[in-house]
Design a binder for this molecule. Structure first.
Ligand code: MRU
Length: 339
């Protein structure tokens, strides 16, 4: 493990293997994991060792390349291995469209063999870094003067490769001296806000406080928040946004308070094949994630739980979607065709 000195990229390619920061261990430990097979990667995706829409897009891409490398070394059918890896990866988690986008983009080059697929996967990784940085610049300009921001879940470097989306905007605003305070919604049940976003903001030296998920609406309505900025896992053709469970409550409060609700996401998160949010598959996870806290059962033995990992914010509550190439105003630009 000592081969890498942190900070490393959230997910990276190293010769013929995938390297990730194990996000389940953060913030207690900065653990780096080396993955050599698609099954290991699928398992890491399911456990949320690697998570967040853009990181999943890169994982899909690198996963297919990984399968191509193993098949090539073992004298197997590289093309078949790539296609079956893509099918496995797409099924690992259903909501973030980036996962299938990345896997399919690399598998489409299967006829070109291992080197074509590895090159494409690395291109996707590099594009993610540039796209995220561009989202940061564009979003920061849009949000000028809004010094107190609430964010939900983790749309930071850990959800991508180096920058993230919502946190890329916050990082650029901070570099411009334009942030007073960030409210970090803890994001039950897996605490991506309290564990990951707070950790990233701490690394950047951005002033922040963690709040419980239920605090968001009250803070917004009492005038203590100037804007809500979040990421997205899939954006339907009509502008409906799937993001971490709890997001829509912040959007409703933002509308009532008259502050902007901004979604920051790369173009690869726009899904022109999904008409509206109601056809987005929402991942349902293990009820024990809700019934327990830090591994200890808190709900009574007889109770069960509904553990939906995402919700959908209707397009009309979204002030703007910031991508690497444009700002979309969903109520005006109602149909989100790709540029
Ligand atoms: O279940 P997760 O942690 O993968 O969910 C992540 C989110 O909901 C993020 O907010 C989203 O991916 C946008 S940031 C890329």
């Amino acid at each position: 493990v000592a081969r890498y000195v942190l900070p490393v990229r959230t997910i990276d390619w190293n010769v013929d293997e995938v390297v990730i920061i194990d996000q389940t261990a953060l913030p207690a430990a900065e653990r780096v994991v080396h993955l050599r097979t698609v099954d290991e990667l699928v398992d890491a995706i399911r456990r949320l060792s690697v998570r967040g829409a853009m990181a999943l897009g890169v994982a899909g891409a690198l996963g297919v390349a990984l399968a191509a490398c193993r098949a090539d070394e073992e004298g197997g059918n590289v093309r078949q291995a790539a296609e079956s890896a893509a099918a496995k990866l797409v099924k690992a988690r259903p909501t973030a469209v980036n996962l299938s986008w990345g896997a399919k983009r690399v598998a489409a080059l299967a006829a070109g063999g291992r080197s074509a697929m590895v090159a494409e996967a690395i291109r996707i990784l590099e594009e993610d870094v540039t796209a995220n940085r561009a989202i940061g610049e564009r979003g920061a300009t849009l949000l000028e003067g809004r010094r107190r921001i609430l964010t939900h879940c983790n749309a930071g470097a850990l959800a991508g490769t180096e920058w993230g989306t919502a946190l890329s905007i916050i990082r650029v605003l901070h570099e411009r001296g334009a942030i007073s305070e960030i409210f970090v919604s803890e994001t039950r049940p897996l605490l991506q806000g309290a564990r990951l976003t707070a950790w990233e903001l701490g690394q950047m030296g951005v002033p922040h406080r963690v709040v419980v998920d239920g605090a968001g609406a009250g803070l917004i309505l009492s005038g203590r928040v100037d804007a809500v900025v979040v990421g997205a896992d899939r954006i339907a053709r009509n502008g409906d946004v799937a993001n971490k469970i709890g997001t829509v409550a912040h959007a409703l409060a933002a509308r009532r308070a008259g502050i902007p609700f901004i979604v920051a996401a790369p173009e690869s998160t726009l899904d022109p094949d999904t008409e509206t949010g109601s056809s987005i598959e929402i991942e349902e996870r293990d009820p024990n994630e809700v019934l327990c806290f830090a591994g200890i059962r808190v709900a009574p033995d007889g109770s069960s739980a509904l553990n939906l990992a995402f919700d959908v914010t209707p397009a009309d509550l979204v002030t703007a979607i910031v991508t690497e190439s444009r700002v979309i105003y969903p109520s005006a630009d109602y149909i989100l065709a790709r540029p």
